[in-house]
Design a protein around this ligand. Structure first.
Ligand code: ADP
Ligand code: MG
Ligand code: MG
Length: 520
């Protein structure tokens, strides 16, 4: 979609499952047809597996489940069986990861591009404006981030009509579920191992998923690059977090799998014995308010929290306005940014992940500003959906006429913020009438309609037969120290499945369930 053209789509929604079945040569496996006895067994075994293997979230009905680990745990919302997904599209998405990693690193270095692209948004969006203020301060003091760590997730939907893989968004902050997703794939492989014959499904078609190991490795390598064996990894968290087991899995793998040998001592005279000292990386969990209270910038730029030097700051909070209820939190974010600690993400990485930047990158000739390789550029462009700013009058007119073909997005993260359907029309008319600059708070995006398929969604121990659509996320990790690229890789996947009648897709926000892939 060239960014200035009107959507060349008709208004029919995605193929229904029934039409899909008629059209395709092979009959599609329909989990709604599984016999009730087998279904009961599958659900029971899945629930047991989740409980025994830590595929868990905090139970919102239990009071302390968001603050005390081990209290009020419930199995994560899951799809009982993996969602069918074409192998070539999966490969395509995986291949894009390292190109996107590189792109976002380069975008983060272009302070002018970030500031200019967001300059109108700044006037009407207080949250983005505060982030930009921190970014401006870093420009003023000529702050350089030499060690840059990105733990990203690029999300896609497969458009049913065009059979093309289209990007929903690129997340540069708090990309969640890398911890739990390995378990979902394992659960599905395990269930298919047990019941594959009866279901006529082969567990080997569920790709293994090592997202948690990759993320842990990237954090460990960043810690190592920082090169202070006494420094800790600081995880910035919300005061209450029901998705804590996802974070705890990552922390646990980091601590257990990546002890570092940091010094060699030679003992004795005749017999030379080399002693290697292995050290486990220490992790600390703090809210922004706690960091404000306990944090200090040492004269050499080290961030010290409660007297301990911090090597890496990993944000699992700080992406939403609600994470900054007072000035304390903003002060903490600034303190972190000023320090020499490796930030995941830095303020520039955070801003590069906004919806506005996604839309700017989709404009003609913008990718060329950041990447040289023409093939890479073509690959990225191929997965861009239609994206527009609201000063494009031709698109606004069309979106008012056919709002069901668009999604309106503010500069927010975490799910539940977008505008769909008739509300797009209402919002656009209101903005047009108001004559304010409120339009700059949003972008418009082509609505993607993936294939609807029959699914079995399991929540709170109960399964629901429903019609669903899926969104595929591909994790990417990137680490560099000055000119040295240490990691640039695709690292596992997230599949989320939601009932097709729901607009939004977040698992934590309660719209979707965790799923894995069955390659077709
Ligand atoms: P967030 O950063 O809040 O996750 P997203 O852009 O991912 O914002 O939008 C949230 C959800 O809305 C997605 O997970 C997806 O289910 C749905 N969504 C977003 N953009 C589109 C689109 N263009 N077409 C269809 N659904 C979309
Ligand atoms: Mg997001
Ligand atoms: Mg999203």
């Amino acid at each position: 979609f060239p960014s200035s053209s009107v959507l060349p789509l008709n208004s029919s929604k995605s193929d229904s499952f029934e039409t899909q079945q008629q059209n395709s040569e092979k009959p599609i496996f329909n989990p709604h047809d599984i016999n009730p006895n087998l279904l009961q067994k599958l659900v029971y075994d899945a629930l047991v597996w989740c409980s025994l293997h830590g595929l868990l979230v905090g139970d919102r009905t239990a009071k302390k489940s968001g603050t005390v680990p081990g209290v009020g745990m419930i199995h994560a919302p899951i799809s009982l069986l993996p969602a069918s997904f074409p192998e070539d599209h999966f490969k395509q998405a995986c291949e894009l990861a390292s190109i996107f990693n590189e792109l976002f690193d380069r975008v983060s270095l272009d302070a002018k591009f970030l500031q200019d692209s967001l300059s109108r948004t700044r006037k009407v969006d207080e949250f983005t404006s505060r982030l930009l203020d921190i970014h401006s301060k870093m420009i003023d003091i000529n702050k350089k981030e030499e060690i840059r760590l990105g733990l990203h997730r690029s999300d896609y939907m497969l458009d049913a009509q065009t059979k093309s893989l289209l990007q929903i968004e690129f997340n540069t902050i708090s990309s969640s579920f890398a911890g739990l997703m390995c378990l979902v794939s394992e659960l599905h492989r395990n269930l298919l191992g047990l019941y594959g014959n009866q279901l006529q499904l082969d567990f080997r078609k569920v790709p293994e998923n090592a997202s948690v190991q990759h993320f842990a490795k990237a954090l460990a390598e960043a810690w190592r690059e920082y090169n202070n064996p006494r420094a800790v990894v600081l995880v910035v968290v919300q005061a209450e977090e029901r998705n804590m087991y996802d974070q705890l899995w990552l922390s646990d793998v980091l601590r257990e799998r990546y002890p570092f040998c940091f010094s060699n001592k030679t003992c004795g005279k005749l017999v030379v014995v080399k002693l290697s000292i292995f050290k486990r990386i220490q992790l600390k969990w703090k809210t922004l308010a706690e960091i404000d209270a306990e944090g200090k910038l040492l004269p050499d730029g080290t961030l010290a929290v409660n007297g301990e030097a911090v090597a890496v700051v990993y944000f699992r909070a700080g992406y939403a306005p609600t994470d900054y209820p007072s000035e304390l939190e903003w002060r903490a974010r600034l303190l972190i940014e000023q320090s020499s600690a490796v930030k995941c993400p830095s303020i520039a990485y955070h801003l590069a992940g906004t919806k506005k930047i996604q839309q700017e990158l989709a404009k003609p000739n913008v990718l060329e500003r950041f990447l040289d390789n023409k093939e890479d550029i073509a690959k990225l462009r191929k997965c861009f959906a239609g994206l527009w700013s609201l000063d494009d009058t031709e698109i606004i007119t069309d979106a008012i006429e056919r709002p069901e073909l668009y999604v309106m997005k503010p500069q927010r993260e975490g799910g539940g913020n977008n505008i769909y359907g008739n509300e797009v029309k209402e919002a656009l008319l209101r903005i047009q009438k108001g004559g304010s600059e409120e339009d700059a708070a949003y972008i418009l995006m082509q609505r993607i309609f993936p294939t609807v398929f029959p699914a079995l969604l399991v929540r709170e121990g109960i399964f629901h037969k429903d019609h669903a659509i899926s969104e595929l996320g591909i994790y990417g990790s990137y680490l560099r120290n000055k000119e040295k690229i240490i990691i640039n890789e695709q690292c596992g996947y997230l599949m989320r499945t939601k009932v097709s009648s729901s607009d939004e897709g977040g698992v934590a926000a309660g719209f979707a369930v965790l799923d894995s892939l069955y390659l077709s």
